[in-house]
Design a protein around this ligand. Structure first.
Ligand SMILES: O=C(O)CCC(=O)C(=O)O
Length: 213
């Protein structure tokens, strides 16, 4: 994918990333790139999920797309977002997983408050996660929410993290347009709700370093 670097004021974003634990990249993908990513992700996920009738709460999530498809592997390692993450982090992060996060119409199960750096030691150099929205993500269809600044605190390694007030003054609902992206620290507390709308909510995430949900 073509470089998206010149679009963003990376020094400003770096400060914001360090302060808040996340930054939004408006218009990260252009229409052709968005179409390409959406088509590839839909095609691969529907092939991988064929015949799967899981009732598991993560049934619409697929990790490790990079192990199934060389295009996703290349994006994880060399996608234009890697340079952006490098600028935000101050070092080149190592890709761990490319993932598909679907929240189909009528799916009322969201993902409870968690951090991606589950089980990792805060003294280690940590990476970042980029979540690229393939649809309009809103409060109605289960956009991502963050507890601003929570990456600076220590939370227990439990999902859901107990005692998180989803409506606190620090909670931010990240409503995005198709092709926008958000980058977050693996230590930030984040979650999403079910899809109460008539619009799909699909996303592709790339995780760097010891990132897990
Ligand atoms: O897409 C979602 O609902 C959750 C995604 C998430 O937790 C992540 O990308 O780290």
């Amino acid at each position: 994918m073509q470089s998206a670097m010149p679009k963003y004021q990376l020094e400003k974003l770096k400060k914001q990333f360090e302060e808040d634990g996340f930054v939004i990249l408006k218009n990260y993908l252009d229409l052709d790139q968005l179409d390409d990513l959406r088509n590839r992700a839909i095609d691969l996920s529907s092939r991988l999920m064929k015949d799967q009738e899981s009732k598991d709460k993560y049934r619409h999530v697929l990790k490790s797309l990079n192990r199934q498809d060389s295009w996703f592997d290349d994006e994880l390692k060399n996608g234009s977002h890697v340079k952006i993450l490098e600028a935000l982090l101050g070092f080149k992060p190592n890709g761990v997983s490319a993932a598909w996060f679907d929240r189909p119409i009528g799916d009322d199960i969201g993902i409870e408050p968690h951090k991606d750096a589950y089980g990792s030691d805060k003294s280690e150099k940590v990476g970042a996660t980029i979540w690229i929205s393939l649809d309009k993500a809103s409060r109605d269809n289960g956009c991502l929410s963050y507890l601003r600044g929570s990456h600076k605190k220590v939370y227990p390694d439990i999902i859901p993290i107990p005692g998180i007030e989803k409506n606190s003054e620090h909670a931010v609902f990240v409503e995005l347009n198709p092709g926008d992206a958000v980058v977050h620290s693996p230590f930030i507390v984040h979650w999403s709700e079910g899809n109460q709308s008539l619009m799909p909510r699909r996303a592709v995430s790339y995780f760097y370093f010891g990132a897990k949900i």
